[in-house]
Each structure stands twice: as structure tokens, then as C-alpha cells.
Design a protein around this ligand. Sequence first.
Ligand SMILES: *[C@@H]1O[C@H](CO)[C@@H](O)[C@H](O)[C@H]1NC(C)=O
Ligand SMILES: *[C@@H]1O[C@H](CO)[C@@H](O)[C@H](O)[C@H]1NC(C)=O
Ligand SMILES: *[C@@H]1O[C@H](CO)[C@@H](O)[C@H](O)[C@H]1NC(C)=O
Length: 624
Amino acid sequence: MLLSRAAGLLLLPVAVAETCRLYIAKSHFYRDDNPKFGLFAGVDFQQNETLPNPEIGIPLVDIAVGNYVDQDKFELYNAIIQFLEGKVWMSSFAGMQWEGNHTTTLFSPGVATIANHHSGYYNIDWFQPGVLLRERQDGVVEEGKASPGRGAFTNYYNLTMRAAQNIPAGMELFANLGDVFDDDREDLYQDRITRLDYNEAEDILAKIATFMNKYEKEMKGSFQQDVLDFILDTMVEEVGGKRGKVLRSLLPQTPAKVRKAIEAGGAFMYRNQDLVKSIEWLETHGLCVDYLRSGTSTIPHAGRGAFASRSFKEGDVIAPMPMIPILAEDILDMFMITEYTNEDGQVGLTYDRERPIGQQLLLNYAFGHAESSLLMVPTSPMVNLINHAPYPNARILWSSHDHVGFDHGIHDIDFREWNMAEVDPQLVFLLIADRDIQEGEEIFIDYGPSWENAWQEHLIRFDEYLDISGDVWPRRSEDARVEFKNKPYPTDIKRKQIPYPPSSFTACFLETDTVADGEPKDNAEGQEIFQWIGPNSYEDFEGQSLMVCDLQSTQGDETSGYTYTVLTRFKGSPDIVEVKGVPHSAIILLEKPYMSDMHTFGAFRHWIEIPDEMFPQAWRDLRP
Ligand SMILES: *[C@@H]1O[C@H](CO)[C@@H](O)[C@H](O)[C@H]1NC(C)=O
Ligand SMILES: *[C@@H]1O[C@H](CO)[C@@H](O)[C@H](O)[C@H]1NC(C)=O
Ligand SMILES: *[C@@H]1O[C@H](CO)[C@@H](O)[C@H](O)[C@H]1NC(C)=O
């Protein structure tokens, strides 16, 4: 038996590379008035297993518009920001909160952006250590060396999602955006019911099921239904207060349905039973978004690149590319921000339009056209890594795959008439193989003549820079992270030469407790002392516990491991406190605001050109 089974396995076709782990297809929550696609698992994922395709993160620095753009643009800009904010994420979990003085948000294409948000449910979540503790990728940039690519691509990568529970193949994925997103999302999302309601409903359902099981024998005939009605009417609806009615509506109303709901995996799964599609359904009605892998580009100075994880025939779809529109290029400008106080004593922020400090890095990942102020950013996994080559092996086309719920009529409409608050335009490109492509080949498209010209000009300026600098580049926190990986951080930095790159500072992952009884509670400066207690394992590292810290002294040695006494300020508190016992592994170096490569003055910025023949006439608002 065993032998023949083993032999049978050997005969199976080797299809590993072609297994599609992620599909996009029409969402379970698709409505004709709110057409949307969703992201689906193509294979089983166990709870806590990381999802494929760790992504780059693109910081959006100081982008909040508030009340400081010209009045005539105010409404449009706010609508764009709100729309973008529905797609982007808080930055602290990626450790990028110090990129600017004010708000830095994070755009992370791929899984996190294309998976839908459901106010009552999620099955995927960030795995924060992936990006927080990321290691330098070989060959992307060289320590101490200048490159025309410095600052032209993001330093944040390895943004990883993981399964928050067991996910069967075929299930739609819903991302945890955090509870902040639950408040005012009613228009965009399908359900006014919040995650808290579902959690409570699941709890109540479990209790009802236990109760019914226990007394099943005693409760004859319709008595079971009477008891359930009593629980639902009195204990859930009346005692549940304002949310009582909602809670009741989430729960199964008959004893038989209670049993079925438990079998289905809970109240949410019971209400949404066709959340899990068959792989055949996904193959027919969806498109795979898992045929690209990240790696160091084969093109010098290009940073990372996207590589084929299977072979393609000429004309094959390599990936669908849903695009997020950004309606105005100047929203990506960056200016000095100054604070002001209004008549009511409130502090506001104002852009100093006299002092531009550059453009958002997102510009380099956006697609645009010289005759239009419209920009679009692709959202599918890995496609933002695709580089330019004059002899490309792939190109983009408009999608005609209407079975995924994409709306195409939008091309005829002037984009300035899109109401971003109401429509998610769902513009989709297809990435097509222009010739046969082997597994492992890097994918290239043609970025277009205006990009090529801008890059050539950039190379000339870079040569001038080299003449002055002699090919050196200031060391960065990443370089020092490698240096101090296994060697103690210097602590007496006041008297000695500063050993860290001048652009960097130390930050600590701190979970703390009060010191043990009998130990001093304050130091000589009168600062309160705390004891470090976590994070204790790789999985527990979170952006939330990352704080600026100054290293005061070192204890321990190579064998016992080094620990440090540090000074810090806990979030929201003005007081400096001391934390002792911070292990070496809980300390990292980061770049100070506006000091990382992407803020380099003169760093390359240009959008990728959409081929003229596919760019609609209605969108050419800048045509002379
Ligand atoms: C996943 O992680 C959570 C919290 O860290 C833990 O409680 C749970 O047991 C883990 N599940 C598996 C299957 O390892
Ligand atoms: C990316 O994250 C994974 C999972 O946390 C980790 O194992 C891997 O080492 C990380 N890769 C880099 C280059 O840091
Ligand atoms: C950031 O804040 C510092 C300190 O307040 C200030 O000196 C600097 O000009 C600010 N930079 C920008 C770009 O707003």
C-alpha cells in the first residue's frame, strides 16, 4: 500500500511553480452599485503562517492636506486624501514614523491593499517583525558608495502579512486595518456591523451552543426553540442595549441553525457561507496575482526587480494590475511645514510653498502621461518592482477581463469629474508577456521616452556630483545596523567621536514594568526607573513598542549578552524616564527625519509613462 502510494506521488506532474497562491476575483461583497474585486487564497494557510509576496512600503511624508491648500483645490484634495487613506496604512508598525515631522503614512501595494476590509471580520494581519527587523538585501545599494539610484526607490521592504486564523484554499481574504477604520467607513464598506459586534456575537453563540448541548435531553420538542427565543429576546436584545438588535440579527434563530453555525465556524462564517470558492471557480472567474517574485535587479542602480516565477508564452497575462488614481500630481509635492496658532488658540499646520523640499517617492511608482495631471499607482503584488529596459519583455494594456468586476466605461469620462468619495474607479492594466519568458527571468517594461529623458538628465547631474564627491556616500543606519549586529553599541557618545552615522539615531523596542520592590525607583537625576520586560521573541516585535532612546551604559559581555540602560520618553508623556535591562536585540538604528536616502536633494523623481495609444483623450487636461 505505502509503496504504491509513494510511487503514485512520484508520477504526479511537477506543478509546484505554477500553483497560484493568490487570486483576484469578484468579491463576495460585490454589489452592482459597489462593484469590487477581492483577494482570494489559492492554497490553505495555517494560522500565523506568513502570506506570499512580502512587499515594499512607500512612505507618504507629511501628506495630510487639512486646511492649507488653496481654497479652490481644498475639496478635491481632501477627497483624494480620504480616498488614499482608505488604501494606505498607519506607518508606525513599519518603523517609518520618523521619516517626517508630522504624519507619515504608508502605502504598501500587494496583499494588504487589494484585500478588502470588512468591518466585522478579518483573516489576515500584518506580521510586523518582517519589516521592522529587515536585513540589508545584497546588492541593492553598496555601503558608503554613491549611486544614481540612491533615494529613487524605497528602503522599506519585507512588509509581510500573515494568516490570522486557518484559511482554507478558495477563501476571500480580509485585512485587519485596525479598529480606527471601523468608525466612518459605512459608505465604503458593506456592513455597519463592527468587528466588536461580531466578536460579541461569536461569544454569545458559543455560550448558547454549550448551553443547548448540555440541556439537550431535558428540552423536549418546541421547548428548545422557546429557550432560544427567550435567550435572544431577553438576554441578547434587551440586555444588549443599543447594539442588542444588531447582535440578535447576527445570531442563528433556530436550534438547528445554531448547530449549523457552529459547524460552519461561527456566526460570521454562517452568514457568509460562500466566502470560500472552489479553485475551479477562481481559475475561471479570477486572475492569478502570484507569478512574480522580488529580487535584486540585474540592472545596475535599479534597486529591486520583479522576476518570473513560472515561464510565460508570448501574449500570456503575467499579472493584472488594479490601479489607484491620484488625481493631481502636485499632491505629491513636499514642503517645509510650519505651525501656526489661530484666533481660538488652536495649533494648525501650514505648507511653506516658498520652500519646496522635494516630491514624494510615490511619484516614481506612479504611471502618468505628459498631457495629463492624472497619476495612477498599481496595487497588485510585486508589480511595483518592475524595472525599465529599452528592449522589454512585457508591456501593459487595458484590462478587458470584465468577469473580475472591472468597470471600463470610466475611460470615457473626464477624470476631473470622478467623485472619489463615491466611486472606486477600478482601473486595471494587464501586464502581458511580449515574448516567451523563462522562469527566473527579470520582467521589464518600457517606461517611455519622457522617463528615459529624465533619467539621462539625472545621470548627467549624477556625474557632476561624482566629480565633487568622488563616489562616496554618507553611511546610513542600515550600514551601522550591520556593523553593530553582534558588537556592543558605544554608550559614552558625548566624549568620544560619534560612532553612528550622523543621520541616524537609536530606537528601542520597549515593553516595561515597574522595578522590583526594594530597588531604587528613581535615578540620580530624579528620573523614574523602569525594568525592560519585552519583546521576548521575534514574533513579538511590534512598531507600537518602538521608541526613541539614548543609550547610557552597557552591562554584560559577549558570552552573557549585552544589556543597556537607556533614557526615553513614553508616548504622550513629557517626562524622561530610565529603562534598565534592555537587550542588544531590542535596539536598532534608524534615520532622523528628512535624512534617509529618499529625502536626498536631487534624488530621481519621475512617473512611468502610459503608452500614448492607450491614454484616453478625455484625460488630457494639460494638452497645450
Ligand atoms: C498563533 O499566534 C497566537 C498568538 O501569538 C497564538 O496564541 C496561537 O496559538 C498561534 N497559533 C498557532 C497555530 O501557532
Ligand atoms: C523578512 O521577513 C521574514 C519573516 O519575518 C524573515 O524570516 C526574513 O529574514 C526577512 N527578510 C529580510 C531580508 O529581512
Ligand atoms: C521639522 O521640525 C524641525 C524642528 O521643529 C524644524 O527645524 C524643521 O524645519 C522641520 N522640517 C520640516 C521639513 O518641516
